[in-house]
Design a protein around this ligand. Structure first.
Ligand code: ZN
Length: 286
């Protein structure tokens, strides 16, 4: 859901991603801490993607010194997102009653943001990881690299049976000229707010969340739309990747008389190539 407080130049985005994060958990067989890390990153990606125009794309890479190694997320302006974590089998002891995503990501490393704005060159921004909690890292990136003061909140609640019962987040941006007083007031309110997942588990809607964030500031709902996990991989794209291995590599696979399995990182879909197809690819190269 997208809102704007016109008089104060504040943009607000809220999203609920419970089903989407569950889908990602099932696709990638993630353990609880990895589920929370990937879920927060997917939700953050969607919110960042909502700042783009249709046809534009954004990719986020969280690369820290923790056991998750890397989280990669790609989102588009149309409300779709995909992502994966290099090591999905991460389950750490909780910290202060919450899943310890910061320890899983690591406290040292980088957040890389790449945007395909349909210009000649993609835009790329790199910042150090702020805390490894994902939301704070995105807020730090937006303030530091894009000079837009922003508040980001992300949450994923994983049940003892590993199912995700609530996931969602918000992104609030102050556009120039900023009204410092209003922003301070808003930040105080956000800091006092219960976690997003607690609100969602208590049956709160995106409208309720927006109301909590904006308080008495008048705002207008601009749009509401569905979000989904979507991968754009296809047999043709995987073929291109195989072709890029070169003739020698493909020749040796054929010589070993084995089929080759190629899995998509983002959705885990498996593509199998047998001898006949590999020979056809070889011909295409030649
Ligand atoms: Zn895929």
């Amino acid at each position: 859901m997208r809102c704007i407080a016109r008089d104060e130049n504040i943009l607000g985005l809220v999203c609920v991603t419970t089903n989407l994060v569950n889908e990602a958990r099932e696709l990638h067989s993630t353990y609880p801490t990895a589920t929370a890390g990937l879920g927060r990153a997917l939700t953050g990606g969607l919110l960042m993607g909502a700042l783009l125009y249709k046809g534009q794309r954004i990719a986020l890479k969280f690369e820290g010194n923790g056991p998750l190694k890397k989280i990669i997320v790609e989102a588009e302006g149309d409300g779709t997102v995909k992502g994966y974590v290099v090591n999905p089998e991460v389950d750490l002891p909780p910290k202060n009653g919450k899943l310890d995503v910061a320890a899983a990501v690591g406290n040292e490393g980088f957040l890389t943001v790449m945007k395909d704005l349909r210009l000649k060159e993609p835009y790329m921004g790199v910042v150090k990881l702020y805390s490894g909690e994902i939301a704070e890292d995105l807020a730090f990136y937006l303030a530091e690299s894009e000079q837009v003061p922003s508040a980001v909140g992300l949450g994923v609640f994983v049940e003892p049976d590993w199912n995700v019962s609530a996931a969602g987040g918000f992104l609030i941006q102050s556009l120039p000229p900023a009204n410092e007083e209003i922003i301070d007031d808003m930040v105080r309110r956000i800091e006092k707010m219960p976690p997003v997942t607690e609100l969602l588990r208590n049956g709160k809607t995106p409208e309720d969340l927006m109301q909590q964030i904006f308080g008495k500031i008048p705002y207008q709902i601009l749009a509401k739309k569905p979000v989904s996990f979507r991968c754009s991989c296809s047999r043709e794209r995987i073929e291109q990747a195989l072709i890029s291995l070169g003739t020698e590599e493909i020749d040796s696979i054929i010589a070993e008389k084995r089929d080759i399995d190629v899995s998509c990182h983002f959705c885990c879909k498996k593509y199998v190539f047998g001898k006949v197809e590999l020979e056809r690819l070889l011909k295409e190269i030649q």
